[in-house]
Write a protein that binds this ligand. Structure first.
Ligand code: PLP
Length: 376
């Protein structure tokens, strides 16, 4: 059996450290905010080279709070992608805004910034939420162009891309740190995953940081005095303590993921399989951290056949995402119809995620590829 993702292999390596830190937290009794949360917030600031980290309960809340910090007015349009996890768009609606879905690029699966440019030429929209999907950084050069030309504010959804990098004006920066504000998820399966829900907001902007910090704690800076209506969305101290251990291994795990992606690629090339995959390029910086390894088939029938055969062979797969967000029932009122965003719609029928986690062995990867070969 080869799972899509396996938390237990990593835990076996970290068990002693994790249990020791959990014992420390429980022994000193500081379980809400306190030193363990601050320690992780500082560690993340150092890792990302950013001024502020605000630890929150999960990535979805991080999006809601980050967007509220940017100040969305009732009905205000916010640009995002339909080919992402639900929370990227639900945060807009939860802030009273209106999502404007722009289709994705057929090669990177990230929001098509040429189409965003065309829209912004005709209409003033203040905020956009690009997603570094599956761990691949959106072009920072193109984001910078939009920012400078149209003054659009950028909330980066870096839930899947911690550690990935991009380059603009010869400067390399980590995803999540380039825009006005960024968010991360530490959902257990993420490249940096907690053992429960956890998330963070990051920014270099002091005012946004202050707003977000207050919003995570019922909109109050001083206990029992509330300036705005906020949330109870603090990063759990136990999860923060565990994340402080795990962040030390993050780069090493990312390197493993890149190696796995390269091995998949070389095997697909060797056997000339009729599928599309991210071709690894050496750009001199880490533009892809392979949170998911997603391949694309020529049509839905082939995707379904391969999925069925892998699952029958006890190999884990997943479909990210089976229904693009513009076609979700809960977003019906925004008037999108099938055919409006053809690339996302096609990808939802033709892509498949294959096993990807740092502890995956070469033999297992070969077995996955050989099992796909049996279909063709
Ligand atoms: C792109 C994206 N945005 C937001 C989220 C939300 O994060 P969480 O599950 O921590 O709420 C996720 C996580 O699943 C995600 O993949």
């Amino acid at each position: 059996m080869i799972p899509l993702f396996d938390l237990t292999r990593q835990y076996n390596q970290l068990r002693n450290d994790v249990l020791r830190t959990v014992d420390e937290v429980l022994s000193d009794g500081q379980v809400i905010l306190g030193p363990k949360v601050e320690k992780f917030e500082n560690a993340l600031c150092n890792y990302l080279n950013i001024k502020h980290t605000i630890g929150v309960a999960n990535g979805s809340d991080a999006l809601v709070i980050a967007l509220q910090s940017l100040g969305i007015e009732k009905g205000e349009k916010v640009i995002t992608t339909p080919y992402t996890f639900f929370a990227t768009a639900s945060c807009i609606v939860r802030n009273g805004g209106t999502p404007v879905f722009i289709d994705v690029d057929p090669d990177t699966y990230n929001i098509d910034l040429n189409q965003v440019e065309r829209l912004l030429k005709n209409e003033k929209i203040r905020v956009m939420i690009p997603v570094h999907l599956f761990g691949q950084t959106v072009s920072l050069e193109d984001l910078l162009f939009l920012k400078e030309k149209f003054g659009v504010k950028i909330l980066e959804d870096a839930a899947q891309s911690i550690g990935s990098e991009g380059k603009a004006q010869n400067k390399v920066s980590k995803s999540g740190t380039f825009g006005d504000i960024g968010i991360f998820s530490f959902f257990p399966t993420k490249n940096l995953g907690a053992y429960g829900d956890a998330g963070a907001i990051v920014t270099n902007d002091d005012t946004l940081a202050e707003k977000a910090r207050s919003l995570r704690q019922h909109g109050s800076k001083e206990k029992y005095f509330h300036e705005t209506v906020g949330y109870n969305s603090r990063l759990d101290a136990l999860q923060a303590a565990i994340l402080s251990i795990k962040i030390k291994y993050l780069d090493q795990w990312i390197e493993k993921r890149i190696e796995i992606a390269k091995l998949y690629q070389s095997l697909f090339e060797k056997y000339a399989l009729p599928l599309k995959y991210t071709k690894f390029q050496d750009k001199g910086y880490r533009y892809h951290v392979f949170h998911q390894y997603v391949v694309e088939f020529r049509n839905n029938a082939e995707r379904e056949m391969v999925k069925k055969h892998l699952n029958e062979s006890k190999i884990g797969t997943a479909i990210y995402y089976p229904l693009p967000l513009h076609l979700q029932k809960c977003f019906k009122e925004y008037g999108y119809e099938e055919g409006d965003l053809p690339v996302s719609e096609k990808l939802s029928k033709t892509t498949l995620a294959l096993p990807m986690f740092p502890e995956l062995t070469n033999d297992e990867i070969e077995q996955v590829v050989n099992t796909i070969r049996e279909v063709f």
